[in-house]
Design a binder for this molecule. Structure first.
Ligand code: ZN
Length: 133
């Protein structure tokens, strides 16, 4: 794990640190749920805290409330495979994320969702076109 990062983050005020960290997680995916692509409203622990999952970037992904709640404490990749919106590119992205390769994860998400770079407003605006296409 990234011990240097942890030491650096400890220097910051914990509340500020948590907020910035959450923000940065959502930013990685352009505020979209890593599972279904809807706006991300929460942070999902891939390995649930109840099973010893840590609150570190490699274990925390942006997720919408519906995915986060539905997944509950199931294994994320196993749960994801059963979903209607399952996309193998997203599954690969999740795996890359868990391995700490965020650059690869983001590339795969961009591949899965061409509207990825846009913010939520333009994403919504473009959605009808996207569906028609
Ligand atoms: Zn979702």
């Amino acid at each position: 794990m990234h011990i240097n990062d942890a030491v650096f983050l400890e220097d910051l005020c914990p509340k500020f640190r948590l907020r910035q960290w959450r923000k940065s997680i959502h930013k990685f995916t352009g505020k979209s749920c890593i599972y279904c692509g809807k706006p991300s409203e929460s942070i999902d622990h891939v390995l649930p805290r109840s099973r010893g999952g840590l609150s570190i970037t490699e274990n925390c992904v942006p997720a919408c409330l519906s995915c986060n709640g539905d997944k509950s404490d199931e294994n994320a990749l196993y749960w994801y495979r059963k979903q209607k919106f399952y996309d193998p590119r997203r599954a690969m992205a999740i795996r890359a994320w868990l391995e700490g390769d965020l650059r690869l994860a983001i590339r795969l998400l961009q591949w899965a969702n061409p509207n990825f770079k846009l913010n939520n407003k333009s994403y919504k605006k473009d959605e009808p076109n996207y569906k028609v296409a």
